[in-house]
Design a protein around this ligand. Structure first.
Ligand code: NAD
Ligand code: DO4
Length: 521
């Protein structure tokens, strides 16, 4: 497939007057095609087309919607090495990681296809009428319907799994929503290849062209125009706290405010419980350094803080982590901007009162990030909220606590997180039970005995959490539950059978229905 640098507006490729270029993540140099920056007219046309297509797309049989999702997955698979090579150049991420990410992306689309067919997400309910009740009870039937066109912001750090055909797009399509993507300017060529695949799938599936559009650009005004377009009904975003907050404000200030599902910032606290730490300090240290430096630390699940009680076991852990760090090579970061933000963030961290540098990775030239681990006492951490600032890259802080009560105190005061982790032995379970209520309030996912990097795409996954991990802690952006973000309930009261959606008619097409309070298949 050829990359042309055009926007995709409801199946039409469109050039623009203002342009930008992709950058080689390694060198920071601009290369290749000129990409058209979408104009205000392009935004408006994409949103109008999505609104026009919405009813047609959402009213197709669920089998057709599922087939479309599978077709998108097949077409992304068919992009083969072209996609991987382009994503490598634009993101600096290695081949194996990107091939794995492609597998996750197409697997996610296929999982949502099966979810669409399963139909449980429609949450069908039928409460039969009872004319003998005083007052008489009406016949009420409920199902979930799509919100309408969704604006999706591609993330820089997962150019496939959280980008043009990533989790937000897959879950919005699964819900029956048309999608307008604002591509991330760090990987415009990757975005275009995936957009071509989706556009072809839309046409082959016989869906209306407005089902999907891709808009490119580097200016914040593009994202603002998209979020404030009256035809957009919801927003999916993964990126910085500042970006997410700005979009939330734009969405709230509209004449008709809309939900923004923004995944923003998380430092993913990991607690090393005493018995486990004493048993396995060196193994834990090795795995810790592996997790914090994975993908140059550019994971929203990066273990940014580790908590443990002071003592010999923690000293062993720190000594082993320091040693392990020495052989961590610098890895290319996603963009020069992210590299600069990391370097500045790590040096701000180093200057905080009480922060001590434990160790560093190998020197990192150019746009590579150098791994860094700091230590701090719990008292100093508690005295400075600045320690909680996400430093996006391969850095982390070990918080040395006086006792488990202080571990609990630190955890209780933290902002909302995507994940929190406990490393523990059976001997730690009683103390861990004391922490569980705090952890449940803190994060969307509580992990036992592994590291937070690596999110499985399943039915029971939560990749979300209280603010500022996300803008709405009642949701997840990964896993099939993500579909719920783009649905709302509608109740049909005393509706003639012929006007009811087929799933709610007396002849149940096979979906799970809650009838008069009881679940029936
Ligand atoms: N926690 C995470 O998962 C995560 C992921 C990626 C980046 N980040 C953080 O974000 C920083 C910058 O990286 P990034 O470019 O990926 O994220 P970003 O938030 O700057 O940008 C993400 C997308 O939102 C758009 N955008 C940003 N601010 C906007 C605004 N005010 N109005 C309208 N649109 C806006 C951008 O154009 C881009 O398309 C990183 O250094 C890191 O700190 C965090
Ligand atoms: O960066 C956000 C997503 C992290 C993730 O998906 C993972 O850890 O696998």
């Amino acid at each position: 497939m050829t990359i042309t640098g055009e926007n995709f507006i409801a199946g039409e490729r469109r050039k623009g007057t203002s342009t930008f270029q992709a950058r080689d993540a390694q060198s920071g140099e601009a290369f290749g095609e000129s990409f058209a920056a979408a104009s205000a007219q392009d935004v408006s046309d994409a949103c109008a087309a999505a609104a026009d297509a919405q009813n047609d797309f959402s009213s197709r049989p669920l089998a057709e919607r599922a087939a479309f999702l599978r077709l998108v997955a097949d077409k992304i698979d068919a992009l083969g090495d072209t996609l991987t090579q382009r994503a490598m150049k634009e993101s600096g991420l290695p081949e194996a990681r990107l091939n794995g990410e492609r597998g996750r992306t197409v697997g996610q689309l296929r999982l949502f296809a099966a979810e669409v067919e399963n139909g449980g997400w429609q949450q069908l309910r039928i409460d039969h009428a009872d004319a003998d009740r005083t007052p008489p009870k009406p016949d009420l039937r409920l199902r979930m319907i799509p919100l309408g066109p969704v604006a999706v912001f591609g993330a820089s750090n997962f150019p496939l799994a959280f980008s043009v055909a990533g989790g937000d797009t897959a879950s919005a399509f699964a819900a029956g929503c048309c999608v307008v993507v604002k591509g991330h300017p760090a990987h415009p060529g990757t975005s275009e290849l995936v957009a071509q695949a989706i556009t072809e799938a839309v046409a082959e599936a016989g869906l209306p062209a407005g089902t999907f559009s891709l808009l490119n650009g580097t200016e914040n005004s593009l994202g603002e125009a998209l979020v404030t377009d009256p035809r957009i009904a919801a927003v999916g975003f993964t990126g910085s706290r500042g970006g997410g907050l700005a979009l939330m404000q734009h969405a709230a200030a509209r004449d008709v405010p809309i939900p923004v599902y923004a995944e923003m910032s998380s430092i993913n606290p990991v607690t090393l419980m005493p018995a486990r730490l004493a048993d396995a300090a060196e193994d834990l240290a090795k795995a810790y350094v592996g997790s914090l430096s994975l993908g140059a630390g550019q994971f929203c699940t990066n273990p940014g803080i580790v908590l443990a009680v002071k003592g010999d076991a923690l000293d062993r852990f720190l000594a082993a982590a320091k040693e392990e760090l020495k052989s961590v090579g610098g890895q290319t970061m996603l963009t020069t901007g992210i590299h600069k933000a990391y370097t500045e963030g790590a040096s701000r961290l180093a200057q905080r009162t009480g922060a001590e540098l434990l160790g560093m990775g190998e020197e990192a030239p150019g746009t590579c990030g150098q791994a860094q681990v700091f230590t701090v006492s719990a008292d100093a951490f508690l005295a400075d909220k600045g320690f909680e600032e996400e430093v996006f890259g391969p850095s982390s802080i070990v918080i040395q606590c006086e006792d488990l009560a202080q571990v609990k105190q630190v955890l209780s005061g933290l902002e909302g997180q995507l994940t929190t982790t406990l490393h523990m032995n059976e001997a730690d379970h009683e103390d861990a039970a004391m922490l569980m209520p705090v952890l449940e309030q803190l994060a969307g996912r509580i992990i036992a005995n592994s590291w937070p990097t690596g999110v499985d795409v399943t039915h029971a996954m939560v990749h979300g959490g209280p603010f500022p991990a996300t803008s709405d802690g009642r949701s997840t952006s990964v896993g099939t539950l993500a579909i719920e973000r783009f649905l709302r309930p509608v109740s049909y009261q005393d509706m003639p059978e012929s006007l009811l959606p087929s799933a709610l008619r007396s002849e149940n097409p096979g979906y799970l229905v809650r009838v008069d309070g009881d679940y029936r298949a």
